[in-house]
Design a protein around this ligand. Structure first.
Ligand code: PGA
Length: 253
């Protein structure tokens, strides 16, 4: 059974004290995480170690970095390597969020290097894809997302991609309060699974967790996560409030 994941993406928010309070509040709540379910916190680099310490020993709860370098090490001022993340025990890395693609000009090719780097060091990428509003309005979103996957992932072996995590995040739904309908989410998730099946195999496609992101909140999580090809969510704004995020976690199917 593939994993169902509720992943928080804090982005560039929260002070250390606020972050500690948020994680402690979530952990103190009634979390109904089943065997195949996980809650993941996407944490800014400076607090990763502290948050790791707070969640240590809690089953099914993990940290994620929000980015990593595509270089191994060396003279890259300000960058954070996958090896550094590994050395502090961070298991997940969010790769290719649309904000990184847009504001930091990350390309599909650079992202393919980041994904590969994660695999080389045994970290698990959460690979983000998704189209902008113009593309959705032109009706070419299926080809657009296929191209993102093809250029960043399809050089990888089936073995590496088994159990992989993809987050489909339509850019027009991020932070806008304008969620994709559950039908739109299901349609794209089924399309992504179909692409994986045709490039690799049904078995691979069935093992990949595909999360939906874009204005997920307590009030809509259950309906979106209830779609057959939606395996949870990547949550921005609503993950900054403990009660909201707890309801989202408990909405996993
Ligand atoms: P949002 O962000 O939930 O605030 O729309 C989602 C994301 O960017 O991952």
């Amino acid at each position: 059974m593939r994993k169902q994941i509720a992943a928080a993406n804090w982005k560039m928010n929260l002070t250390l004290a606020q972050a500690e309070m948020l994680v402690k509040d979530v952990l103190a709540s009634q979390l109904d995480l089943k065997e195949n379910q996980e809650a993941v916190f996407g944490i800014p680099f400076p607090y990763l170690v502290q948050m790791q310490n707070i969640i240590a020993g809690r089953p099914h709860i993990y940290t994620a970095a929000q980015n990593c370098s595509h270089k191994v090490s060396g003279a890259y001022t300000g960058e954070v390597s996958v090896e550094m993340l590994k050395s502090i025990g961070v298991p997940y890395v969010i790769i290719g969020h649309s904000e990184r693609r847009e504001y930091f000009k990350e390309t599909n090719i650079e992202l393919s290097e980041k994904v590969e780097m994660c695999f080389d060091y045994g970290l698990k990428p959460i690979f983000c894809c998704g189209e902008a509003l113009e593309i959705r309005e032109a009706g070419t979103q299926n080809n657009y997302v296929e191209n993102q996957l093809e250029e960043s992932l399809f050089h990888l072996s089936e073995e590496r991609l088994t159990g992989f995590v993809i987050a489909y995040e339509p850019i027009w739904a991020i932070g806008t309060g304008k969620t994709a309908t559950s039908e739109q989410a299901q349609e794209m998730h089924a399309h992504i699974r179909g692409i994986l099946a045709s490039h690799y195999s049904n078995q691979l496609a069935e093992s990949v967790s595909i999360l939906y992101g874009g204005s997920v909140k307590a009030a809509n999580a259950k309906e979106i996560f209830g779609q057959p090809d939606v395996d949870g969510g990547l949550v921005g704004g609503a993950s900054l409030k403990a009660t909201e995020f707890v309801t989202i976690i408990n909405s996993l199917k």
